[in-house]
Design a protein around this ligand. Structure first.
Ligand code: IMP
Ligand code: MG
Length: 180
């Protein structure tokens, strides 16, 4: 691990909470709700998904919730480029309206892979919701249906996002500043 600090807060917890409610309102407006399966991509989505689901409760919608553990990053800050299923979902998504939830859309490989996987398994629709969108960093063409905040090409942590599996517990998004 390189010498670094995480002192600079880019998005505080109040701004995140406000945006989570807006995202949920947009998701509800676009989804019928009766066959909704929400799939969190682990580990980065755990905090975002929990807050989205608590906010969804305002709309009296009862989704099925499952988790897909993928790995592409290893312990560095550069994507390895290859997406692997570490732990699969248990839900049957045939005929379901799937909502994929991830922390950040970066190269686009994770969500492009997962969307194709769910469509291949017979999902009726597959939408995606990400907290952060690093638009400048795409290597495959992919747009999230719902995105919280566009961000520049920094390495960020907190609110589920990690550097070498650290800092996921931060209630805000912070920038990792590397020293020399
Ligand atoms: P993609 O497949 O390149 O779009 O990458 C998505 C995954 O890369 C996310 O779920 C994160 O785990 C990881 N990732 C991308 N950028 C960052 C970052 O700035 N901080 C922490 N994780 C990141
Ligand atoms: Mg991740």
């Amino acid at each position: 691990m390189r010498a670094h600090d995480v002192k600079e807060i880019l998005i505080d917890k109040t701004a995140i909470a406000r945006r989570v409610d807006e995202l949920v309102d947009a998701i509800v407006a676009a989804t019928s709700g009766d066959r909704l399966v929400v799939i969190g991509i682990l580990r980065g989505s755990f905090m975002f998904l929990a807050d989205l689901m608590r906010s969804l409760h305002r709309h009296h919608i009862h989704p099925r919730i499952d988790f897909l553990t993928l790995s592409s990053y290893g312990t560095g800050t550069q994507s390895s480029g290859e997406v692997r299923i570490v732990h699969d979902i248990r839900e049957d998504v045939r005929g379901a309206d799937v909502l994929l939830v991830d922390d950040i859309l970066d190269t686009g490989r994770t969500l492009a892979f997962t969307k194709a996987l769910m469509l291949g398994r017979g999902a009726r629709s597959v939408r995606s919701c990400v907290l952060l969108d690093k638009q400048a960093h795409r290597s495959v063409e992919f747009d999230a249906d719902f995105a919280g905040f566009p961000i520049a090409d920094h390495f960020v942590v907190g609110y589920g996002l990690d550097y070498a599996n650290l800092y996921r517990e931060l209630p805000h998004i912070a920038k990792v500043t590397f020293h020399e």
